[in-house]
Design a protein around this ligand. Sequence first.
Ligand code: NAD
Length: 697
Amino acid sequence: MTTATTLPNFSDEVVTEAKIHYVDLPGGAGKAALLTLDNGRDHKRPNTFGPASLASLEAALDEVAARDDLVAVCLTGKPFIFSVGADLSVFRQLTSHEQVLEIGRLGHRVFGKLASLGVPSFAFINGASMGGGLEVALHCTYRTVSAAAPAIALPEVFLGLIPGWGGATLLPRIVGPDNAVTVIVQNPLTFNTMLKPKQAVALGVGDVLLDGADFVEQSLAWAARVVTGAHTVARPEATDEEWDAALARANAVVAGRTKNVPPAPRRALALLANARTASLADGFAAEDEALADLTLSPELAASLYAFDLVQKRAKRPVGVPDVEPAPVTFVGLVGAGLMARQLAVLVAERLGIPVHLIDINEDAVTKAREGLAADLQARAAKGRLRPDLAGRLQQQITFGTDRKDLADADLVIEAVVEDLAIKQGIFADLENIVRDDCVLASNTSSLSVSAMAAGLRHPERVVGLHFFNPVAVMQLVEVVRAQQSGDRAIAAAFAVTKQLKKSAVLVVDSPGFVVNRVLIRLLSEVMRAVDDGTDFATVDVSLDPLGMPMSPFALLELVGTGVAAHVVGAMHSAFPDRFAASPTLDALAAAGYRTVYDAASGAPAINPQVAGLVPSSAAAPSVDDVRDRVLRALAEEIGLMLDEGVVSSAADIDLCMVLGAGWPFWLGGITPYLDRSGISEAVRGKRFHDGAPDATG
Ligand code: NAD
């Protein structure tokens, strides 16, 4: 079937070809066609589907469908990769509803042929299989999964799309509605979790898990048993109760994770509900409509921008000096507290080198050593760390009280208490111990790194390396360039961050750097609303329309009122005009309330005693006023950070907020949202991005 196309000419598509081989199934089960998806590139450029790739698969399927000597058609991928789905560059070029509908229908038509060959079809999922690259497998009658496949997922909802080439309609039929909710909604909204092969088979996404080594041969043998009837696969139909429970769970997940703000999760829910009763054709048509609406939404533009920030900008950070960094073979840590212990494990694990921690006395060292051992054992017990690796890490990480043991270190990171004089004293002392080429880094969250370096013989060796808690989870490291930092030290900081598999953003030494400055401005603004008489509960829901992962007081609880009061105070000293000191926050901290929530009833109910601390005022800002104030404050603060040159562009601020604070993709971090809601122009007289947000800006 050919119709006049409305699609642009995607001349830059890297075409994934479907190559046909004919094979005899073992045990005389008959002849099968084996289609291999391969774009001819190495594993760094995975198989994807754009229009030309779909055309290649369609031609192959038409060719095998025309034969009458086959008992099965099998589909597999190139080494390491089955297919990672739609070519996103195609989606960026679509400009009309009609065009998206056409792409949606094209995928449905081509993939649908796998279900109408007259013989069973098999997907042999040999490697990564995501999005459209899993949907093509769902159109097959059966799926085998290699134990070596790194990830299997439908991440569309995470990106702001829906599984629109059949996934939303087919998956609940194959795995049941509850498992479909897990794969389509819950996992994407939980840090974009992907399935390991074993999990994929446990959920029913795959029918059988086969060993990695001769996976295709084993898959052909399994297919032969299915074709001859020696093996059958049952797919029980879900009951009404199962459907009701699954949809209720999905609603709760979406409301909890997104406050029902971004459109994609809700459209995915609607498609799942529709799949309960709709025919396949109707289900697919609903997918086409949803995909067309979402593709042209501002949320998707922001999401694709955030995706580029994380996939591209984070991997090629801006501002890395063109200097060859010296190798790091031994790292010292001063302080053996919460952050230092986590940093020690990260360095020992990712760099495979010895790490030595210094604390103040034997008691602190014993506490740190025992704490580290307990952390590692807990991880091992949960299956998150191989027991032999836990043992190895414990040998690599040593403790002591004598700074002279750091004489051979290539890098020393200080993570002692947040006190400038103590940190200055440590660096001054270390200068007399370490080699001249040793880089000294501070993990401070709020102090001036330039002040720490002042007075040293070699201030050019000092940088900030601001890691976030929990270190294993948070992807961001702010690499802080102090006034005197030299290129060698900055290059070394970037190199080490990369080896640690973290994403570095270069920030100029200034109060709060990026993430804390933005978060503390937000906190100080919401506390100002409380001080002005808006009740806590109203303030806490004021940002719900943004769908933030955490309400303001959930953030406050995470930080703790004591630390928050201290940091708001520090920022107030630095920028008294903009960061208001909050009497309520100070009172909370002084009275020992760590949180404003009622521990007995659980968040987000406000503790009545806390609520009683502030008299409400008739002139208090309304919920909309509070949100408006916060957003204006953020636009002002971010604008000033750009004017001051704290980072090189708005893209770096968004990258920091996505990776350092978990701000959502659909807000694009924050500046695309401030632009499209008109706040940027109202506050600054101009937008942060001239046109569509650009991750390379
Ligand atoms: P912590 O209180 O858990 O640990 C500090 C450790 O430093 C303690 O073990 C203490 O005994 C030791 N110490 C104090 N003075 C010392 C000295 N002169 N020599 C050697 N050791 C000394 O603190 P933390 O939460 O790990 O924070 C450490 C640093 O990291 C601070 O600068 C903090 O601002 C920063 N930071 C903390 C977080 C966080 O969430 N906790 C996040 C990012 C950065």
